[in-house]
Design a protein around this ligand. Sequence first.
Ligand code: ZN
Length: 504
Amino acid sequence: MPDYQATYDKLCAHAQQTAQLSTTGDILGWDENTKMPPAAGPYRAEQLALLAGLVHERATAPQVGDWLAELADSPLAANQQSDAGTVIRELQRSYDRKTKLPGRLVEELTLASSLGQQIWGKAREENDYARFSPALERMLKLKREEADAVGYAECRYDALLDEYEPHETSANVGRVLQSLGEALVPIVEKIQGSSRKAPSQILEREYPTAAQEIFGTATAKAIGFDFDAGRIDVTTHPFCTTLGPRDVRLTTRYNERFFNSGLFSILHEAGHGLYEQGVPSEHFGLPTGETVSLGIHESQSRMWENLVGRSEAFWEHFYGPAQKAFPQALAGVPLEDFHFAINESKPSLIRVEADEATYNLHILIRFELELLLINDDLSVDDLPAEWNARYEKYLGITPPNDADGVMQDVHWSCGLIGYFPTYALGNLYASQFFEQAQADLGDWKAQFRQGDFAPLLGWLRKNIHSHGQRYRAAELVERVTGAPLASKALLRHLSGKFGSLYGF
Ligand code: ZN
């Protein structure tokens, strides 16, 4: 009998060393986005490309395929949810995906992505869709090739979605998003029809950067982010990256004339960071020490940003300190006014500026369109008109130009097709998890009011973080909440919150 344990140990050591190499690239990427002087760009791109090539080579090495083949029918793989079963199952999945793509296609995709992004940047600046459309056309052709090479059961889009939300299907996502969209449109109409208006100008007063930094850091610490194993730096587009088992980097940006930018980016990225700090660090570089999917990741950021960070109970604790930190802006402003202001909802053109109620409609529009594009049911030339028609249908507004319409997001230009749904999935998972957490935690509002977030974080650690990739997203949701993913919890949250704010 082969020595399965020895083979398994070799497989794990190889994967963990590959993680050492890829996180070395991530350090360069973090530096590029936070500290690097602009002139260093071209050499940094070469360093990153070399490392990416080495990581790909290691991850697709034939010996990995041999080890996985040997282990496939071994007793170690028998229980899919044991540590070894999880590692073998998920490494096999990623090995298959990577080795199915011909080297030529990988190179073409890398090139098309970098060129596409450059062309998109110029085209958007000049509001010139005709300049962007050939690059988009080419990208779609390559993504169809990618889907065909990877393989799929029902439709091409599934193969692309699977990269970001493993094992999820477009049929299931479509069902949930459609039911969410149908119920959201009347909620958004009621908000718009309300005579109550959020006093949002409160948020546009003077918020000095130094005070925002201190307040934001203290808030991240209070919700449980471990600064011995992480830090916050400033960037243009906030992100969270993990550079090692005890090294999680958050980034944010500060706008002295808009309170939400800094703090809610910190809460969002800290939500990602708490998840990264909560997976078992001794399994770093193995599926048992990695997060489940982009959707589950986004559920953690959205929970802390919106369900916790925009709740009344949270601000009953933090509003006093906020008034002390920003006396010119907030002295004499009642808590209710501040709470209404940070929860203002109105249909807007730009996804990244959208509020909790309208955000998912932006995603539904993109999901419908990319599905049509990948299936060749919509031409690139007809895309802007279809985009505008859907903004009118779902949000009651028509973009005045393509730059603020169909060209507003970078995603399609660099080949991120199948990625958008994970944002909405994040909101859906977050609400469903949070309802369950509320039921399990007892008087959670009293805990928040006292600034005690340890019970919620402990609940997330136990039910979600500690499992790594042991359960697939759909299994995890059912296991934790007793029901499959649905739109009900998010709709209950949105109609409850905005109903009481806007009086319907
Ligand atoms: Zn996020």
